[in-house]
Write a protein that binds this ligand. Structure first.
Ligand code: NCD
Length: 304
């Protein structure tokens, strides 16, 4: 039985296989319609979600399976004081696979320690979000056809943004990648995330100036300032509009730049950019469903 708590729970070969599997699902959706017949996915969401939860649910339905779960802690026995461990023991009796999102870092690890079915981390606090990374990698592969040789700019809240942490961890395992980390001083990438960059000798630069580095980038991954992780609302208000990508700024960018965002967007990307072919973020959403279909098949060991 496999759990996906961190993106490092998958080898590079397995990630590449998942990407291939998702591409096959995109090309031949009918072939997978009954793959998870009589299987159940549980979605246990202790934190708000639109894309992650609904894409997991849509993924399971499109595989012919069923879905149970809750979308807020207040409607589960967590509101009565039940532990994650006891909830997971319980849900393991009902479901064949469980996804969990929780505000506390490490909650999915606790879940995995008490589960009798596979656990997937759908986001734990400001820590990790491995399935968003799978969606991001599929998007990069589909948009660029490769990982090698890319200069990838990550912009915004690199401190609390869990999608950025998992994405850096995954991408630094590919050869010939270069990162440009763009954030306010207060929201720089934590040193534990940067460690593999240093160890793997992956080149990276850090800056506060998006416009200055824009011409170098092949990919620009924008993120939201993570209001819910701030201790102080005044700090959030001061930092929230640090970066706003507009059509005027895009004049400095490569004509084949890919603009990504895990969403939700608050103010980071002007809506005028949505119709620009370089905007990938809604294709990225769609990819999230397909890669999660591939992941469910893998963890349930289903042959299509
Ligand atoms: C992200 C998350 O929840 O970490 N959203 C998502 O899953 N696509 C990013 C965010 O909330 O800013």
């Amino acid at each position: 039985m496999r759990h996906i708590i961190s993106i490092t729970d998958l080898s590079l070969e397995e990630i590449n296989e998942l990407i291939k599997s998702a591409q096959d699902i995109i090309a031949n959706p009918d072939r997978y319609k009954e793959s998870c017949r009589d299987r159940k996915l549980a979605t246990l969401f202790y934190e708000p979600s639109t894309r992650t939860r609904l894409s997991f649910e849509a993924a399971m339905y499109e595989l012919g399976g069923r879905v149970i779960g809750f979308s807020e802690a207040s409607s589960s026995s967590a509101a009565k004081g039940e532990s994650v461990a006891d909830t997971i023991r319980t849900v393991s009796c009902f479901a064949d696979i469980i996804t969990i999102r929780h505000p506390k870092e490490g909650a999915p690890t606790v879940a995995a320690n008490h589960a009798t079915v596979p656990i997937i981390n759908a986001g734990d606090g400001g820590h990790n979000h491995p399935t968003q990374t799978l969606a991001d990698l599929l998007t990069i592969k589909n948009e660029k056809g490769r990982f090698e040789g890319l200069t990838i700019g990550l912009c915004g809240d690199l401190k609390f943004g869990r999608t950025v942490h998992s994405l850096i961890t995954a991408l630094c395992r590919y050869p010939d990648i270069r990162f440009v980390l763009i954030s306010p001083e207060e929201l720089k990438v934590p040193s534990y995330v940067k460690l593999p960059l240093k160890e793997g000798k992956v080149p990276y630069t850090q800056t506060t100036d998006l416009v200055r580095v824009l011409p170098e980038l092949d990919i620009l991954y924008m993120t939201r300032v993570q209001r819910e992780r701030f201790f102080n609302e005044d700090d959030y208000v001061r930092l929230k509009d640090s970066y706003i990508l507009t059509l005027e700024k895009l004049e400095y960018a490569k004509t084949d730049l890919s603009i990504m965002h895990p969403l939700p967007r608050v103010n980071e990307i002007s809506m005028a950019i949505d119709s620009d072919p370089r905007a990938c973020y809604f294709r990225q959403v769609m990819n999230g469903k397909y890669i999660r279909m591939a992941l469910i098949l893998k963890l349930l060991e289903v042959q299509a």
